[in-house]
Design a protein around this ligand. Structure first.
Ligand code: URA
Length: 186
């Protein structure tokens, strides 16, 4: 992510207040990847600070996981105007940063369909992939990945919280001690 400072790789640079840098433990085996910064994140320069962040923090707290023990980032590091979904072009421009951030993780958690699509490189139906362990190739390394709901989806559907809690429990297994995918029961 050496290239982030003053980044002008896509048009999102035009309206940003801050580049939203990752948060948490830079060496964590587990990375959570959101879609894009919102207003609060743009103001603070940190990911998941607003309402979605509060949901994520609460879910982590329920499993006694501190935010500082995981790595939190987004597919794009600058806020899309009006909180629209980042375009494929914007995500492609930021993908080299994301790959660099993720290359040494044990588990990548894609928060929402957009993040999952970016990481898998194909269209997905989230319901079909929900909390299923798969592997993706990041810069030549096979890394475990699961897709789950974006925390914002829980504002409208309480069942989403149960699925997200399950996601956090899976992540906890990786935080407690990495085992190979075949020995992790999810
Ligand atoms: N939603 C995201 O996807 N990322 C953030 O950082 C905040 C809200």
């Amino acid at each position: 992510m050496t290239t982030l400072r003053n980044c002008v790789a896509c048009g999102l640079c035009e309206n940003r207040q801050n580049i939203v840098c990752p948060d948490g433990d830079v060496n964590s085996p587990v990375a959570f990847v959101g879609e894009a910064p919102g207003k609060r994140e743009d103001e603070t320069g940190l990911p998941f600070q607003g309402r979605s962040g509060k949901v994520l923090d609460a879910l982590l707290n329920e499993e006694n996981i501190s935010r500082s023990s995981i790595y939190i980032t987004n597919t794009v590091k600058c806020r899309p105007p009006g909180n629209r979904e980042p375009t494929k072009e914007e995500m492609a421009a930021c993908l080299p940063n994301l790959k660099e951030e993720l290359q040494n993780r044990r588990l990548i958690v894609a928060l929402g369909r957009t993040a999952a699509r970016d990481l898998l490189g194909r269209e997905i139906k989230l319901a079909d992939e929900l909390n299923k362990l798969t592997t993706i190739n990041i810069l030549g390394k096979e890394i475990d990945m699961i897709a789950t709901y974006h925390p914002a989806a829980s504002f409208y559907n309480s069942k989403v919280k149960d699925a997200l809690s399950e996601t956090i429990r899976i992540a906890k297994k990786y935080l407690e001690g990495y085992k190979t995918a075949s020995t992790i029961k999810i």
